[in-house]
Design a protein around this ligand. Structure first.
Ligand SMILES: [Zn+2]
Length: 204
């Protein structure tokens, strides 16, 4: 199913199945954000992955209830959308050279990231029983370079590990509504010509 087109149905499905873990295996940002929103709402951990353009590297992220969500992670790192900025209907029989450079990744490169994805997912499911990685539990983002790209990835076949904290203004897992309302009240109260809120309360 298209989770972005029918988010409510996707949420109902997840609620019915009530899984221990969701794996985000889709290849575009909007669907990953929908999976994130549903997971945060239902309190289900997610392990997701993405391969960067050309398969030069990839990322694997893990979210748990109460910790940073995918929205926090993308906001913190300001990760670029790895999907190519091309029309949705790409004609794979007539790709031009730019499209080939930006869209193609060797299956070898994709599998490398998929294996890390699967390992992190298994590690989370088996936590407390078997330790497959030995990673500190707070690590929630792994970026793995498949090859050396000067200026971006200086070492081939190398992983970097990150602990991304909750973003206080995250629209998904933060509490921006309360902050916005409190800020709006403060601004309104300070405007000239506005009735003092305490006076108006005392006349009720
Ligand atoms: Zn968040």
């Amino acid at each position: 199913m298209d989770v972005t087109a029918d988010q409510a149905e996707f949420q109902r499905l997840v609620e019915r199945v009530c899984p221990d873990l969701l794996l985000a295996c889709t290849d575009n940002q909007p669907s990953k954000h929908v999976i994130n929103e549903v997971a945060v709402r239902l309190g289900i951990p997610v392990v997701g992955a993405g391969v960067y353009d050309g398969g030069i590297a990839g990322e694997v992220y893990a979210t748990r209830p109460g910790a940073a969500c995918y929205g926090c992670i993308t906001a913190e790192l300001q990760l670029k959308d790895s999907a190519p900025n091309k029309p949705l209907q790409i004609d794979y029989n007539n790709l031009d050279l730019d499209e080939i450079r930006s869209t193609s990744a060797l299956n070898l490169d994709i599998s490398q990231i998929a294996l890390i994805h699967a390992r992190v997912a298994l590690n989370l499911l088996l936590s407390g029983e078997v330790e497959l990685l030995g990673l500190p539990p707070e690590v929630n983002l792994i970026v793995f370079a498949n090859r050396r790209v000067p200026g971006h990835f200086e070492r081939p076949l190398h992983g970097d590990f990150f602990h991304i904290k909750n973003h206080p203004d995250c629209l998904v897992c933060g509490s921006p509504a309360q902050n916005v309302n409190a800020e709006a009240e403060r601004i309104l109260a300070s405007l000239p010509g506005q009735p003092d809120s305490q006076e108006s309360q005392s006349t009720v």
